[in-house]
Design a protein around this ligand. Sequence first.
Ligand code: NAD
Length: 361
Amino acid sequence: MSYKVTVIPGDGTGPEITDATIRVLEATGVPFEWEYREAGIDAAEKYGSVLPDEVLESIRRNKVAIKGPITTPRGSGFRSVNVALRKLLDLYSCVRPAKSYPGVRSRYSDIDLVVVRENHEDLYAGVEFERGDPAIGKISELTEAAGMGPIRPDAGLSLKIISEYGSKRIAHFAFRYARHYNRKKVTAVAKDNIIKFTDGLFFQAAREVAKEYPDIEFEERLVDNMCMQLVQKPELYDVLLFPNLYGDILSDLCAGLVGGLGVAPGANFGDEIALFEPVHGSAPKYTGMNKVNPMAMMFSGVMMLRYLNEEQAADRLEKALAAVIAEGRHVTYDMKPTPDDPTAVGTSGVADGVIQKLQTL
Ligand code: NAD
């Protein structure tokens, strides 16, 4: 039996790192049937949409997908395809492990954290009003009536929405994940001393859910304090549970602890569908240069193999990646002592190195 998996190469450097990742996944010997689908800027030119229906249909059918990054214009322009995919497929949890591998250039050597981030709510829900929108005036009347004062007429407004349903769902996910992967502790992170009615609700929901998992330790941290703690003593933490915005920001911080975006994998899970993708974006300035590091997407592939219960193949691929990192020969510029190191290989060179290693394991 082969696994049918939807592949979305994405745009920018996405297609290059996707090619490299598909090559190493095939070299594990696990039988895959890839269904390629296009989304992002290039898809808009060809199909008139940045997220054609065929992409969603394919993922709904196959239930497993792996994707490269997709560019989102800043400030204005179309909304993020990545956010749309997570919403339309109800991929409510985002998981981003941050693990140290010997040989990676980092100030830390023994990190093993997992960021679990709620994917739908919070300031990312897309409930926003542009400056000048009459809706802001109406909301201003409400805030005034409630004794909170008016909203300035020159303000934009983005609403932070956090529900008990969404918070409990992600908290359950974090505890189930902790159990499944033999983790000991879940730390919920938000800022309820200031943002009482949304972050407070998030903590409350996590606290209640924690009671159903007495085998897993539970604790709470304020997000500002957590930033300092992660820099000073990351070894104290295990699974970190975040609402959407803090989770997005701190997953980049955690990626920085283990050597940067070039090696930071991720996955988005719903109840039935899983989509694997690196944490990093499309790094557009390097498009077509065979330059960027495909390891973050390859490690996302390791997560996908584990999800498919292909534990042996996952272990082999993870070992091969770790060996290539430790040797430091078939690695890209970001893993060399200086970015202009002439011995750095390109994206496809990393795949060659990993495949050679797989053959010896
Ligand atoms: P980015 O992650 O694309 O790149 C920032 C910098 O990090 C790059 O210039 C490069 O120096 C380095 N970098 C990133 N990935 C690397 C890799 N694999 N190997 C080596 N170096 C790497 O972030 P950005 O420039 O802020 O975003 C570019 C675009 O990607 C934006 O449109 C953004 O919205 C989008 N984005 C998409 C996703 C996604 O598809 N899930 C995630 C984040 C950002």
